[in-house]
Design a protein around this ligand. Structure first.
Ligand SMILES: [Zn+2]
Length: 204
């Protein structure tokens, strides 16, 4: 099986386009190392690329993506935790100032949770992963009070807040936030409209 032609074509376009424009920046970043100020925790969804949405240049965003932009709670249990590892590096080494949890409309992960979908494999990795957003579902209340689409959107947004709450369970990050040395933000991207909503800390 050949390497996908789409990627070869895309890379060629990058070589003569963006790389040419950013060559010095890439060289500088290679020498001096990365020093992004902003971390984005986003969804794997191919329509919601943080670098594209925020028009980011190389070295500007430290990004971790997973199904449904979930931050699991702090759990120092010697198990493997991908998001926690990225957070540990972002906070401890990069001294990131801002952490943005970026949710989005039509999130397949949130939909799978709402529909209580059948496991896709014996491991039921998505099912188990999505259980982390159960507190968000409890907070927004019964689903029959809203239309299915409104409920989904409401849960997508509550899931962002749940991830923000879980960020506060990481002791070192919590201390930095309380000292005003780090900041967390919630944002929601409307795939069809391109509209970005940012959570108002004062009103929620
Ligand atoms: Zn998603």
């Amino acid at each position: 099986m050949r390497f996908p032609q789409q990627l070869i074509d895309g890379y060629r376009a990058f070589l003569v386009g963006r790389l040419r424009l950013e060559q010095d920046r890439y060289r500088d970043l290679a020498e001096s190392g990365q020093a992004p100020q902003i971390m984005v925790i986003g969804c794997c969804d191919s329509r919601v690329s943080p670098e594209v949405i925020f028009n980011a240049r190389p070295g500007e965003l430290f990004v971790v993506r997973n199904v449904a932009n979930i931050v699991p709670p702090y759990a120092p249990d010697q198990q493997a935790h991908g998001v926690s590892a990225a957070l540990e590096f972002a906070v401890g080494v990069l001294k990131i100032k801002h952490i943005v949890v970026l949710g989005h409309a039509q999130c397949g992960g949130v939909k799978a949770f709402v529909e209580d979908s059948e496991p896709l494999s014996p491991g039921d990795f998505i099912g188990n992963w999505m259980k982390l957003m159960a507190p968000a579902a409890v907070k927004i209340g019964p689903r029959d009070a809203l239309s299915p689409a409104a409920y989904l959107a409401s849960l997508e947004q509550a899931n962002i807040v749940n991830s923000l709450d879980n960020l506060m369970t990481f002791p070192r990050l919590r201390t930095l936030i309380e000292r005003g040395q780090a900041f967390v933000h919630g944002a929601y991207f409307g795939v069809a409209t391109g509209q970005l909503s940012v959570r108002d800390v004062a009103t929620g």
